[in-house]
Design a protein around this ligand. Structure first.
Ligand code: 4NP
Length: 145
């Protein structure tokens, strides 16, 4: 799960995906394309919306996406087209590139829909992001299992 800062959207996506029962045997992680928040906890607003929905994401720590992630993960789900470009720039070959997709393609294939960055907005943006990610993760888990 990849966003820009790894403190708002992708930590929620990581927490939601990990919470899906069928997903317990998969390795799930999140990262940011930027290194602004390495080692930091998720944004308090993400922690709060997760808690409201029964998830604890407070122990996560921000990290930056690395080329070696292409070796570890089969699927790299990104939140917006800017994340997509930044991750694909690091792809070493077509196989790496084929792992990268917009997470909302799970719900709306080929519509290029983005999970809006809630960082500069109010709390309702985080509820909206949570709902989008929960729906997308539900479909993703159904497809994989
Ligand atoms: P995220 O949101 O990419 O969903 O974690 C952001 C967090 C921090 C910043 C931008 C977006 N920032 O500019 O610090």
């Amino acid at each position: 799960m990849v966003c820009l800062g790894n403190i708002c959207r992708s930590p929620l996506a990581e927490g939601i995906l990990k919470s899906k029962r069928a997903f317990k045997t998969f390795e799930v992680d999140s990262a940011g394309t930027a290194g602004y928040h390495i080692g930091e906890s998720p944004d308090p607003r993400s922690i709060a919306v997760a808690r409201k929905n029964g998830l604890d994401i407070s122990k996560q720590q921000g990290r930056q996406f690395m080329v070696s992630d292409f070796d570890i993960f089969d699927h790299i789900l990104v939140m917006d087209t800017s994340n997509f470009k930044n991750v694909v720039k690091l792809a070493r070959n077509p196989e790496d590139k084929s792992k990268v997709s917009l997470i909302l393609d799970q719900l709306h294939p080929r519509q290029h829909m983005e999970v809006p960055d809630p960082y500069y907005g109010g709390d309702s943006g985080f509820d909206n992001v949570y709902d989008m990610l929960d729906k997308a993760c539900t479909i993703f888990v159904e497809k994989l299992s």
